[in-house]
Design a protein around this ligand. Sequence first.
Ligand code: URA
Length: 212
Amino acid sequence: MKRFPTLTISNHPLIQHKLAYIRDKTTPKKVFKELMDEVSTLLAYEITKNLPVRAVQVETPLQTTTCHVIDVDKVVLVPLLRAGLGLVEGVLKLIPSCAVCHVGLYRDHETLEPQTYYFKPMSSPEERMFIMVDPMLATGGSAIASADLLKKNGAKNIKFMCLVAAPEGVEAFQHAHPDVEIYAAALDDGLNESAYILPGLGDAGDRLFGTQ
Ligand code: URA
């Protein structure tokens, strides 16, 4: 029995190669952002492998043939603000017309509960596939709250893409959302006392936006 049945780690050499440079603390901001874009494109390829397709008739220069297309308006990309923004462009390279539905959460200082400060619900959520994106699955708190929010608004089909996952976060997320598959580039060792992932890559948002 797999320890984390809902987790898929992509061991593709290109993803692992790029992740090595993303982790490297000497990688400059510009390159960090470009590599994150590239890895998110590669992970998007994996995460969309079971998207339903529909048959259409296409006329080639020679004859009519049956082809298969996806319904791009059924795919919704959900970046968790702010670091999730770093994974948006890479997915849009593959599915340029999918909707982008941002989720903004903060932690209430007193209750420590996640509070929503930005969310615009989609129409017909039950017909769509939502791909949540956040580079780091650390404690799982914001990912769990975001999936809760999507489900409360009617989402039935959710996937979660991250670069680096901590076992603590995967455990918590799969307990809260056993129906949501997680796709990651790496499963790391664990969290430190400040909830940073080890070995990790540091603060993804700060490295993306140069706010260290
Ligand atoms: N968020 C980050 O950006 N990095 C971590 O290591 C954990 C959470």
